[in-house]
Design a protein around this ligand. Sequence first.
Ligand code: TYM
Length: 331
Amino acid sequence: MIVPRIFSGMQPSGELHIGNWLGALRQWVELARADTHETIFCVVDAHAITVDYTPSEMRSRVLETAICYLAAGLDPQRSAIFVQSDVRQHTELAWYLASCTQMGELQRMTQFKDKAEQHKNNVNAALFTYPVLMAADVLVYKATLVPVGDDQVQHLELARDVARRFNQRFGEIFPEPTPRLSKAPRIMGLDGAAKMSKTKGNTIALSDAPDVVWNKLKRAFTDPQRLRRTDPGRPEVCNIFTMHQAITPPETVAQIDRDCRSAAIGCGDCKKIFFDNVMNELGPIQERMRAWSAQPDEVRAILRDGAERCRAIAESTMSEVRQCMGLGAGA
Ligand code: TYM
């Protein structure tokens, strides 16, 4: 029997930003509370070694990311929260799945092309096979639903193809996972030039203090054609409006839409409303971040417990996988 299961993960990039939150984390919390699926959330440290990093900083980045999960409202009683490299079955399955993945498929991944461009002096094999490990993350739990932002959809399509190919060759083991997008699957950076991302320095971090958020918002890119306060705006091209749609009550969003188009409000007014609404949400998250940060041993215990629960599920899948692939000495 297949238990309906949700899996998702984030790289331990240290502080998460509101793109991670609106694109993924917030719906993780909603889905976990809905209680329709078993929920598993992972800090994917093995993915993070595909670019240069400082080993002595990795564990604190992992811890900080886990603290963000908890502060956002994930409940460790309800969801398993753990660190990827604590459950070795992920990397084992990734190797086996690599034998069902074509080089050409991996070469088409836009994230690989972007990252290879960004890290020209370190285009390593793990960066190339990154999506195979991601497929393993999901498939080792036979998860069917994967809440992510839209930049991960291509990777999940690959995971579906790999699962299908594996099943055809070795027997029906894996269900095909489906991505689940939030209402704000793609948050642009405050510079308006690229997706919000820590490496681009164009983020609002979940931990930013109110004055930091306001200073960033003041300079944030809006509709490039709206040069003067009296110019009518185009909400559909404005990133602040996209973020309003994810945070602000629908009646207010409709009002902002009208008032922007008629130039009844300026970008500053619109940003002020967004600031108030986003701080209303971030305030309680930041309070919980402080509380969890004061108890790192508790957080580590949660991660250990999560890994233990996940290891049992993952190992049960792996014994099926080894069996149907004919691997190992056998009983
Ligand atoms: P990562 O760590 O880059 O991002 C974590 C999650 O946040 C979403 N996200 C965004 N959503 C909207 N707008 C943005 N600007 C934005 N930036 C990030 C991402 O889509 C993602 O959902 N490969 C994955 C991690 C991963 C994973 C997995 C996810 C590893 N294994 C298995 C799902 C299932 C990644 O690097 O996400």
